[in-house]
Design a protein around this ligand. Structure first.
Ligand SMILES: Nc1ncnc2c1ncn2[C@@H]1O[C@H](COP(=O)(O)OP(=O)(O)OP(=O)(O)O)[C@@H](O)[C@H]1O
Ligand SMILES: [Mg+2]
Length: 217
């Protein structure tokens, strides 16, 4: 595994729709970083890159173009097959960037990219540490513990997990008790998702991330 530890981080999720894009927008602002969504499946409406650009208000040059833009809102492998495309995981490389790079994954970590490769294999090859976005509510214990086990068994470094949603003290405590990686904080439902609100939420909920990078507390 290559080490890209100082280059940025990979925002992974326990599932689709857990809040990776919102978290990635917060971290892109906090780290004053560039953002990259390697594989976008689903092009109708706003893509994740467009959403992060809108929320952060950062200039266009902070957004690296997707390696694959696939029309159907399906898993990357299925969406690609529909278009007669194979996602070439062996040659997909992190884009160059003078700043830290925040990479947003697709769905959950075991999602297939093609018939031979899962997303987690790509994460391992890139060697970026993972920040795992997880729901606060019912169902999160199983999803989160499975994801952490899968990452850990492949030797992928995990900075910690970020819970997203209505704060849930018991779930947070249970996860903290079962994992060796820290729960970094809970991002509650935010009334506004503009840059100022995201920065405030990041300072309050995720003080480990700031303009100097990630500080283990
Ligand atoms: N903290 C939050 N406060 C308010 N709304 C949120 C928050 N986090 C996520 N959302 C909303 O929940 C929905 C799903 O979040 P998001 O798009 O970030 O998920 P995702 O994990 O990136 O999904 P995908 O797998 O499609 O990339 C979006 O409409 C988003 O605006
Ligand atoms: Mg997203």
């Amino acid at each position: 595994m290559k080490s890209n530890a100082g280059r940025g981080l990979y925002v992974a999720g326990t599932d689709t729709g857990v809040g990776k894009t919102v978290l990635a927008a917060m971290l892109t602002l906090a780290l004053d970083a560039c953002y990259w969504k390697p594989v976008q499946s689903g092009l109708e409406g706003e893509t994740d890159t467009m959403a992060v650009r809108r929320m952060t208000g950062l200039p266009a040059e902070r957004f690296k173009p997707e390696a694959y833009r696939l029309t159907a809102p399906m898993s990357p492998d299925q969406s690609a097959e529909r278009e007669g495309v194979r996602i070439d995981c062996e040659h997909m490389e992190l884009p160059g960037c003078e700043r830290p790079l925040v990479v947003e994954g697709a769905g959950g970590v075991m999602v297939p990219m093609n018939r031979e490769t899962l997303q987690i294999d790509l994460i391992r090859r890139w060697g970026l540490p993972v920040v795992l976005a997880a729901r606060t509510g019912l169902g999160t214990l199983n999803h989160t513990l499975l994801t952490i086990e899968a990452l850990g068994s492949r030797g992928i470094p995990v900075l910690g997990i970020v819970m997203i949603g209505e704060p849930h003290r018991e779930n947070t405590a249970t996860l903290a008790g079962w994992m060796r990686v820290p729960v970094l904080g809970t991002v509650p439902p935010l009334a506004s998702l503009d840059a100022g609100s995201l920065m405030d939420a990041c300072r309050t909920a995720l003080p480990s991330f700031n303009q100097w990078g990630f500080e283990q507390r």
